[in-house]
Write a protein that binds this ligand. Structure first.
Ligand code: PHE
Length: 358
């Protein structure tokens, strides 16, 4: 019988010399594998007499455990130094300048939302959000659009399957339900804008089943139609960057505002190109009105004390007008050439005074 101490010394030095996990595994196999040295010695135990067998068997078992232990310890050392080596190799120098050809660009929808937010932000509005999947009550009923109201048909709503209680959730058809959520959860004065996705079952060059809106809501004790007009005229002029841009308020109807007005901006179609400003054309860009007292009451706000105005506009529409993008559908094509052409530099942060450059 070979001296187990000698065997142990041999394996110990082999393990300490092992430089990687593969070498370590090779040692394990050559000692303890099916035909490994120790395994074969153990198989030979049967040929020994009972007393010797017990003695040698015990020693071999101890040797086996010692070797397993050595291998396990070395394995842990190799693994942790492997991670360190990998970390050292994969270090990224975050102080290196960006390589311009690898920089992505900001999508015109994100850019337009940032521009609208910065303009209203400077007027004291803060940003609110709400869920895309909405309860019927928030999307319609609380906004003074009861079941069977004809206005529901105009919205081409996407309905989800009915819940257990029979109610059907909807993909919000406008950002107006966030008016309700905010009025329920905050006390006036309220001054918010709500950028977000909206959904209607409609698809052509000027309609997409998913599009974006920005809602605005202001509620206070002395708010009147003059405030609505001043605020929106200022916005239009700042957004389109035309100081004397004509802005027209045209009487309209929304169940949740009374009175209601659609807002048009002046434009010309000189030589086939569209230009914002003085001319003989008008383009509709948003809907607005004084919050209907019924809507205030639905949210638990005393309509004899508080009044408000609200507005809602389509982001794609104002982006198309400002940046001359002819087809709505191209917004969602993820076409890199389009993005390079119409996209914006990431560091080009919009402000009211500095117009975004391309
Ligand atoms: N929610 C209306 C729409 O989607 C827009 C709007 C909002 C009108 C707020 C008035 C007040 O058409």
């Amino acid at each position: 019988m070979e001296d187990t101490n000698k065997l142990k010394d041999e394996v110990e030095s082999a393990v300490s010399r092992a430089e990687n996990l593969d070498a370590l595994e090779a040692i394990r196999i050559s000692e303890l594998g099916k035909n490994g040295r120790i395994t074969l010695l153990m198989k030979g135990l049967g040929q020994l007499g009972p007393a010797e067998r017990r003695l040698v068997g015990k020693k071999l078992n101890e040797l086996k455990n010692t070797i397993l232990d050595l291998i396990e310890k070395k394995k842990r050392v190799l693994e942790s130094s492997g991670i360190e080596a990998q970390l050292a190799e994969e270090t990224i120098d975050i102080s290196l300048p960006v390589r311009p050809q690898l920089t992505g660009s900001i999508h015109p929808i994100s850019q337009t939302i940032d521009e609208v937010t910065s303009i209203f932000g400077e007027m004291g509005f803060s940003v609110e959000e709400g869920p895309d999947i909405e309860e019927d009550w928030y999307n319609f009923t609380a906004l003074n659009i009861p079941p069977n109201h004809p206005a529901r048909q105009e919205h081409d709503t996407f309905y989800l399957n009915a819940e257990k209680n029979g109610e059907r959730m909807v993909l919000r058809t406008h950002t107006s339900p966030v008016q309700i959520r905010t009025m329920q959860s905050t006390n006036p004065p309220i001054r918010i804008i709500v950028p977000g996705r909206t959904y209607r079952c409609d698809h052509d060059a000027t309609h997409s089943p998913m599009f974006h809106q920005v809602e605005g809501l202001l509620v206070d004790e002395t708010t009147h139609m003059g405030h609505l007009k001043g605020c929106l005229i200022e916005f239009c002029r700042a957004f389109f960057g035309v100081e004397d841009l004509p802005v027209r308020f045209r009487p309209s109807y929304f169940p949740f505002t009374e009175p209601s007005a659609e807002v048009d901006i002046g434009c010309t179609f000189d030589g086939g190109t569209l230009k914002m400003g003085h001319g003989d054309g008008w383009l509709e860009i948003l809907g607005s009105g004084m919050v209907n007292p019924k809507v205030l009451e639905n949210c638990g706000i005393d309509s004899s004390r508080y009044q408000g105005f609200a507005f809602g506009m389509g982001i794609e529409r104002i982006a198309m007008l400002k940046y001359g993008i002819p087809d709505l559908r191209t917004f969602y094509d993820s076409d890199l050439r389009w993005l390079r052409h119409y996209g914006f530099q990431p560091l080009d942060v919009p402000t009211v005074v500095g117009r975004a450059s391309k």
